[in-house]
Design a binder for this molecule. Sequence first.
Ligand SMILES: O=P(O)(O)OC[C@H]1O[C@H](OP(=O)(O)OP(=O)(O)O)[C@H](O)[C@@H]1O
Ligand SMILES: NC(=O)CC[C@H](N)C(=O)O
Ligand SMILES: [Mg+2]
Length: 504
Amino acid sequence: MCGIVGISGVSPVNQLVYDALLLLQHRGQDAAGIATSKDDHFSMFKAHGLVRDVFRTRNMRSLPGNCGIGQVRYPTAGSSDSIDEAQPFYVNAPFGITFAHNGNLTNPDELREQLFRIDRRHINTNSDSEVLLNVFAHELQLASDKKLSPQEMIFTAIRALHRRVRGAYAVVAEIAGFGMVAFRDPNGIRPLCLGKNETPEGIEYIVASESVAIDGIGFEPIRDIEPGEAVYIDKDKNVFFEQCADNPRLNPCIFEYVYFARPDSTIDGVNVYNARLKMGQYLADKVARELRLSDIDVVMPIPDTSRPVAMELASRLGLEYREGFIKNRYVGRTFIMPGQAVRKKSVRQKLNAMSVEFKDKNVLLVDDSIVRGTTSREIVDMARAAGAKKVFFASAAPAVRYPNVYGIDMPTQTELIAHNRSTEEVCKEIGADGLVYQGLEDMKQAVSDLNSAIQHFDTSCFDGIYVTGDIDQAYLDRLSANRHKPKEEPKSGGMSVNMGVEND
Ligand SMILES: O=P(O)(O)OC[C@H]1O[C@H](OP(=O)(O)OP(=O)(O)O)[C@H](O)[C@@H]1O
Ligand SMILES: NC(=O)CC[C@H](N)C(=O)O
Ligand SMILES: [Mg+2]
């Protein structure tokens, strides 16, 4: 899950883009990049690492201009090692385009082949985002031959892109000489929203993965970009909207609500914090049905994401809520770290169990999800070592049994702890005395309760139903085989690019 942002401002935007990326850091910890434009000249800097480590003062100084885009990366295609796959991407024709993508395509191989054989375009990395950019560039080139208005040209290209591309994609791009463009895939799998800032010099616009990036830099949210919709903000700050998909239908990824997004974001009209409270209510009712409440002394969250769920669950069941795990604030999210060894080590570095809270107690640990089981295995162990008598476990998400192909790095079934295991078997595997998973319908209902307009979700990793309709077992097997190919050695260092762009 990456975080993307684009700002069309009335004064230099480098600091605003940086600030927005910091607010989206939870969506990607591997690499960060910013591309800005001044007088149709692009400047770009991207490197591995967290936002605050990537950008030094000298890098920020090299990013002038009133328009810019940025990305924090959590790799789901290609590799985490390659700096060439960090974003934004750039192509010089047509016009010059910088481009940032959140999501994952499901037909990148077919597109790669078409781009090479028919469109005569060169793709230099294994990133699906570079493929997507080149489809966009090719379609823009075709549309630019048609003597259309700039907005019609851009929307024609996005319409054609939607017909060729499958998968999840929220995109923000800048086209030299024209302005900023953003669009969301026809299923609206990944989030994207628009905001503004009224200044004496004129209105500034922001497009971002999550509303927290809008509020957090002092802008005001306007609305979500609809599935299949595109927005174009020209250089004079005229804003054009267009529905570019033939059959748009909102199917937001439910994992955003459970884990990915920040609780203080609102996605497709649903505040994430409220969604987690609701999930806590439904989970509480299931816990009451499946465990003996008199066996539980305290409810504890596994910091950070599960806190609202655990709090609400405890309050609904009339149980005591305590914080027994202390989180080291300097360790990031373990689930989005690349590689199982580093994830495992990080759980222990990140969380410490306080025996004053555990000693001689029966505890119910609550997490938002159990995916590989890295966290839950360690945590149950730590709770026992800290003196807990019985350790029960509850998960706000149902069992994760299928790979995700839309931008969450879980491409192989065998790495999922619930693959081919019943709830009892998972419980045994994590060493707990009892395990309760949220029901799938309850999880969906928790979000729909807060916005009845959302009737469908991408819930593929729980039920194996893929909303793009193009995923079968052969596809999943290929994905898993690619996953096990040996990786290249990491390349280090940052990449700084300064690009002169001819105005058309
Ligand atoms: O079963 P697993 O494969 O361990 O994955 C699930 C865990 O990973 C996430 O935590 P993470 O540490 O990434 O972030 P958080 O601090 O936001 O909870 C999530 O909140 C679960 O705790
Ligand atoms: N999680 C994401 O959104 C990843 C974007 C893109 N697929 C990449 O791997 O870089
Ligand atoms: Mg967690």
